[in-house]
Design a protein. Structure first.
Length: 247
């Protein structure tokens, strides 16, 4: 595993000092929370690109239930591990199968990460027309959260509201890194940060790509998602991890 620069320390940035808050990829269960337009998908792109740099052997799966514009570049690429809408069920099952094989004795420890964009939309939609499948998906995600760390099967999960409807049975507590973007309600702050929510300044008004990050064993940090100045380069980095036999 490796440490990578991830988000900017917003307090220091406001003082004119550009300082990054690092992410130790051994903490391979990351939750990104925020309303539409808060910068969740953009933040997810950054995490995936950093993975490709720090762990170039990473096998990346991308689940895009709602079809985020930021992930369009993956859709038409032959051999990509990109899954859209109901295909996300298949993508999650494939990662869960990798986990199951390792639990059953497979010694392969090539890093595997799954990025799920708008997970709550996926589960709530499934609950509306196929509760059995929704339950299967939630169970598979729980297995990854509870047992994936030591087996090098990681998760980056983006959602608007991480309540117990979509993350039941204590699964929300298994995220080692939690990022809340823009202005969250008091209830959402409690879900994401627990008691650390009291450290959020009363005058914090949010804003796109601004928020807070909490990592197990570390204090709450006020952060900002940095601007991506070279999107084609970032996309090429992600493709190296998300496409089989990329040239």
């Amino acid at each position: 595993m490796a440490k990578v620069n991830l988000l900017l320390d917003d307090v220091m940035l406001n003082m004119g000092i550009r300082h990054f808050v690092s992410w130790d990829t051994k903490n391979n269960r990351v939750l990104i929370v925020g309303q539409s337009g808060s910068g969740k998908s953009y933040c997810g792109l950054l995490l995936m690109a950093q993975l490709a740099i720090a762990l170039p052997c990473t096998k990346l799966f991308v689940l895009d239930y709602k079809g985020a514009e930021e992930l369009d570049f993956l859709r038409s690429i032959e051999g990509s591990r990109y899954y859209y809408y109901t295909q996300c069920i298949e993508g999650l099952a494939k990662v869960h199968n990798i986990l199951r094989q390792r639990l059953e004795g497979d010694k392969n420890r090539q890093p595997v990460f799954i990025f799920i964009d708008e997970y709550n939309s996926m589960i709530l939609h499934l609950l509306a027309y196929d509760k059995k499948q929704a339950s299967i998906c939630q169970s598979q995600l729980n297995d990854i959260l509870f047992m994936g760390r030591s087996l090098q099967v990681g998760l980056i999960c983006s959602c608007q509201r991480p309540d117990t409807t979509v993350l039941p049975s204590g699964s929300r507590d298994q995220f080692a890194v939690r990022i809340g973007l823009s202005s969250l309600s008091r209830e959402a702050k409690e879900m994401v940060f627990g008691d650390a929510k009291e450290q959020i300044p009363q005058d914090f008004t949010g804003g796109q790509s601004k928020g807070f990050m909490l990592t197990d064993g570390k204090p709450l940090r006020q952060v900002r998602v940095p601007t991506i100045n070279n999107m084609p380069k970032l996309q090429r980095l992600i493709l190296k991890s998300a496409v089989d036999d990329t040239i």
